[in-house]
Every structure is written in C-alpha cells, then in structure tokens.
Write a protein that binds this ligand. Sequence first.
Ligand SMILES: Nc1ncnc2c1ncn2[C@@H]1O[C@H](COP(=O)(O)OP(=O)(O)OC[C@H]2O[C@@H]([n+]3cccc(C(=O)O)c3)[C@H](O)[C@@H]2O)[C@@H](O)[C@H]1O
Ligand SMILES: Nc1ncnc2c1ncn2[C@@H]1O[C@H](COP(=O)(O)OP(=O)(O)OP(=O)(O)O)[C@@H](O)[C@H]1O
Ligand SMILES: [Mg+2]
Length: 276
Amino acid sequence: MTHDDIDQLQRIIARELEVQPGADIRDEIQRRQAFLIDQLHTTGQHCLVLGISGGVDSTSAGLLAQRAVEAARERLPEARFIAMRLPYGEQQDDDDARQALDAIQPDECLTVNIKPASDAMLEALEQAGLEFRDQAHRDFVMGNIKARQRMIAQYAVAGAQGGLVIGTDQAAEAVMGFYTKHGDGACDLVPLAGLTKGQVRDMAAQLGAPDTLVNKVPTADLESLRPQLSDEEALGVSYAAIDRFLTGESVAPEDAERIIATWRRTAHKRAMPRTP
Ligand SMILES: Nc1ncnc2c1ncn2[C@@H]1O[C@H](COP(=O)(O)OP(=O)(O)OC[C@H]2O[C@@H]([n+]3cccc(C(=O)O)c3)[C@H](O)[C@@H]2O)[C@@H](O)[C@H]1O
Ligand SMILES: Nc1ncnc2c1ncn2[C@@H]1O[C@H](COP(=O)(O)OP(=O)(O)OP(=O)(O)O)[C@@H](O)[C@H]1O
Ligand SMILES: [Mg+2]
C-alpha cells in the first residue's frame, strides 16, 4: 500500500466514522448531553440504561447519562438513569466499577451476576454436542456469550422500565470492529460515536472522573484464560496509533495496514445484515 493510498483511506474512514479531531470537548459534552435529552423527549421512553464496568468508556457515558437525565427532569420528571453492574462472578477490577459509580452517582444501580446464565448457556451447547477447536477457542466463544448476556440484562431492564440502552462504541473501537456483534454492539443510542479514545478520556476527565479511571488500561475482560487482557495486546496495535490514524496524523505503515485490514474485515459489524 502506498503512502497516498493510506492517506486517502485515513480520510475516508475518518469521514465514515464522523471523527472530529479539533473538537472542543466541552462543546462535545453539551452536544451529546443535548442529544440524550432530546432522545428522552422524543421517543416516549424515560430511562437511560447502561452497564458500568469500571472502564473509561462506560464511566464517560455514565457521567453523560446522569447529567442528561438531571437536565431532562425539568420537562420530564420521571427521567432517570439506571446503571447496571454486570460482573461475571467476582470482578477483578471491582474497585474501579465502584469508583465509577461513586463519580456518576446514578439515580439507580442494579447488580446482576451474568455468570449463572452464561455458564448455563455454554453447558447446554456442549450437552447438545457443540465442540471447540481447543480450550482457547472455547474461552473466546464464551467471551462473546458473556457480552451477549450483558446485552440481555440491559434490554430486560429497558423493557421493564421504559428505557433506552446506551452503547459505549466510539471511533477507535468502531474502526477495529472491536465489540461483540449484538452483544455490547447492540444498543439504542451511541453518545460517544465519533470520539477517539483520547477524546473519551478527555471527556471523562472534564466530567469529573477520577484520574485512575481516566488513564485506565482498556480491557474487554471477556476471556477467563486471559483475565484483564489489554485491548492493545488483543488488537496488536496501540490506541495512540489508532487515534493518530483517525485524526489524519502519520502512523507507522505496519500499524496503518493492520488498522485498514481490520476495518475492512469488520465492515459487516457496522452495517445492517445483508439481504439477497
Ligand atoms: N464478512 C462477514 N459478513 C457477515 N458476517 C460476518 C462476516 N465475517 C464474520 N461474520 C460473522 O460475525 C460473527 C462474529 O462476530 P462476533 O460474534 O462479534 O465475534 P468476533 O468478532 O469474532 O469476536 C468479538 C471480538 O470483539 C472483542 N470484544 C468483544 C466485546 C467487547 C469488547 C470490548 O472492547 O469491551 C471487545 C472480543 O475480544 C473479540 O476479539 C459470526 O457470526 C461471523 O460469521
Ligand atoms: N463487568 C461489566 N459490568 C457492566 N458492564 C460491562 C462490564 N463489562 C463490559 N460492560 C459493558 O460493555 C461495554 C463495552 O466494554 P468496553 O471494555 O469496551 O468498555 P469500558 O470497559 O467501559 O472501557 P474500556 O474499553 O476502556 O475498557 C462497557 O462500556 C459496559 O457498558
Ligand atoms: Mg472494559
């Protein structure tokens, strides 16, 4: 791939994902908060629902959601934010999730352990005869089951309470398709859309998140055999490089080629299912 090819694709991808490199983060907070308030007013739903993991994405989105419902209550008194803790058994970074909730102060917090449901699904599949290549493959597939159990829990709460499910997808995850299709990728609203990972961190800091969470190493934490595996290790490229790619800065050619190949391979995740 030539330098010009990479340059052109950087521009195409940034436009597709609506990246805004120079955006003022305070303006972005206002704009995204106004978006959430508007959705509450126009959809007939009155709650926002979001899983809080202790990672920076859900901390940022949770802080935004709580601010939005507080402002929405002027015209919609029943507006509220329901945060959900969704551990798979014991969560190793439990303290981070608690710190996130301390900062967010959500109207309500529900804790649902997704372990029994996730384990029961894997066991039922294996009893039906499903086999895996090896233990690592089994563990990877189970990771996606966990992400989808979290989706089920959040949609059950949304269904019961008149809620809209918030997703935490942002441009750095979107370009890499780094989420579970119909798992954490399933949601009603995407308030962090278009932000680089750095902008998500800036937003969390601006909204009052503690430094430990603002600077926390991102992890999907889905694999039991590799607990707390960092996203960067899983992706094989750093968020700094992904952010530079998205903002049109120069990136090592091998990083650019990996990002472009992953963006192409995961196009199906950013589109509606194909039809005949
Ligand atoms: N070209 C194509 N057109 C249409 N569908 C296509 C396809 N290629 C694969 N597929 C289908 O897509 C499905 C696989 O997608 P999916 O189930 O998502 O699975 P997959 O992309 O294999 O795995 C999810 C990845 O996202 C990561 N993740 C998940 C959740 C959260 C986070 C996080 O950062 O917190 C990260 C996770 O660690 C893992 O690396 C399969 O059904 C496959 O056949
Ligand atoms: N243990 C958990 N409890 C509650 N929600 C979770 C948990 N793990 C994942 N989620 C949900 O899935 C989303 C996707 O996870 P992801 O790891 O991308 O985001 P994060 O943990 O908020 O931030 P980071 O990407 O920096 O780790 C989270 O934002 C959160 O809404
Ligand atoms: Mg995480």
